[in-house]
Design a protein around this ligand. Structure first.
Ligand SMILES: NC(=O)c1ccc[n+]([C@@H]2O[C@H](COP(=O)([O-])OP(=O)(O)OC[C@H]3O[C@@H](n4cnc5c(N)ncnc54)[C@H](O)[C@@H]3O)[C@@H](O)[C@H]2O)c1
Length: 349
């Protein structure tokens, strides 16, 4: 961007399922223009170009990188391409928004981070839930001590969502969201991260994963991630020492509910605790599209020369945790079918 008032010229690379949503939101931000649309698939480019007729189009990212008038590139390409493409974008001197997760390995995420530091450019990772007004409200309640002086445990259910992907399992595709929220709430990295999973539909790609994490403060967490479930859930429950709260993204209205159900010491007994049975309340949550908030954060952080909320470092922390959970998955059999159950008959005697 040459001047404060000049429009921020943005190029979108990757125009499959998600990229067009990013293009729509960036195009709606005052002072932003979609200057380039890029995808290897000419049909995807043509569909996006019909909605953004002012943008130039290409199949080759290099066309964006060599345009001196382009300020920033938004990457919505497949996950394995994220870190290498982000490095190229940053080395070309452009700001970079990259979809989640930042990389498939912590070492690659670090390369992207270093490229951003060397270039003095913004690197932001699209951890969408961190921009959800309901998650922000949950974080504010938690930080203000409204749930108690300690968070005991958290569990997340992300079930029956999205498409089965060939290059990502449920941990990386669904869990990237929950791990980012978990790290946001915890404010620390786990000392223990264990996962179990199974691949029922596509060999080697876990479609159901159960994670357990333990943090230095004593906080524990459980994540249930699955593409194979009769229930459609996107829910997060936080159990504090005084209150409990649930963020339910499937709820149309009461997305966040706080329960007055801490444990009280019963003064009539010796050291026994009783469960409080107070009421519940649902704070009003602003009805704003989280993707719009996320896109605005990218633009505002570039303009202000400050780090965005979900910057490269926080993206790296998420990848570090996912990598540990994946190592745990790799250490087990993984296809969910014990040998004696195959074909309904015992195998190998
Ligand atoms: N935040 C969210 O809630 C959310 C939701 C869906 C997807 N995503 C993320 O968005 C990204 C894309 O997912 P999708 O579902 O749109 O995938 P997709 O497969 O539908 O689209 C990816 C597109 O990238 C293009 N592409 C691949 N390599 C390219 C390259 N080098 N240069 C230009 N184009 C290239 C492909 O042709 C394809 O059109 C993934 O990282 C995914 O995790 C995020």
């Amino acid at each position: 961007m040459s001047a404060e008032s000049a429009p921020l010229a943005i190029g979108i690379a990757g125009l499959g399922y998600w990229g067009p949503n990013l293009a729509r939101n960036f195009a709606a931000i005052p002072g932003c223009e979609i200057a380039w649309l890029c995808d290897r698939d000419p049909d995807a480019v043509a569909r996006a170009a019909a909605l953004h007729p002012g943008a130039r189009t290409t199949a080759d990212l290099d066309a964006l990188l060599s345009d001196p008038a382009l300020d920033a590139v938004v990457l919505a390409t497949p996950v394995p391409t994220h870190a290498p493409l982000a490095v190229r974008v940053l080395e070309a001197g452009k700001h970079c928004f990259v979809e989640k997760p930042l990389a498939t390995a912590a070492a690659d995420a670090e390369l992207a981070l270093r490229a951003a530091q060397r270039a003095g450019r913004t690197l932001m990772v699209g951890h969408l839930l961190e921009y959800h007004p309901g998650v922000r409200a949950l974080k504010e309640l938690s930080d203000a001590g409204e749930l108690g002086d300690r968070i005991y445990y958290v569990y997340g259910n992300r079930l029956n969502l999205g498409r089965l992907r060939a290059d990502e399992n449920a941990l990386w595709s669904l869990g990237a969201h929950d791990v980012s929220v978990l790290l946001l709430l915890a404010g620390e990295e786990p000392v223990e991260a264990v996962a179990h999973g199974a691949s029922y539909v596509r060999p080697g790609v876990q479609d159901v994963v159960f994670c357990f994490l333990r943090f230095p403060s004593g906080l524990t967490a459980h994540l249930h991630l699955s593409w194979l479930d009769p229930h459609k859930e996107r829910r997060f429950t936080v159990v504090g020492s005084r209150r409990m709260a649930t963020f339910d993204d499937m709820a149309l209205e009461r997305k966040l509910t706080v329960y007055d159900k801490g444990f009280d010491e019963d003064a009539r007994t010796y050291g026994e605790y009783i469960t409080g049975s107070g009421g519940s309340f649902s704070p009003r949550i602003a009805n704003i599209e989280p993707l719009r908030v996320e896109c605005e954060e990218f633009v505002e952080s570039i303009r202000a020369g400050r780090a965005p909320r979900s910057d490269g470092s926080s993206g790296l922390r998420v990848v570090r945790v996912l990598e540990r959970l994946q190592a745990s998955l790799d250490a087990e059999r993984g296809d969910g079918v014990a040998p004696r159950q195959r074909n309904g008959a015992p195998v190998g005697g």
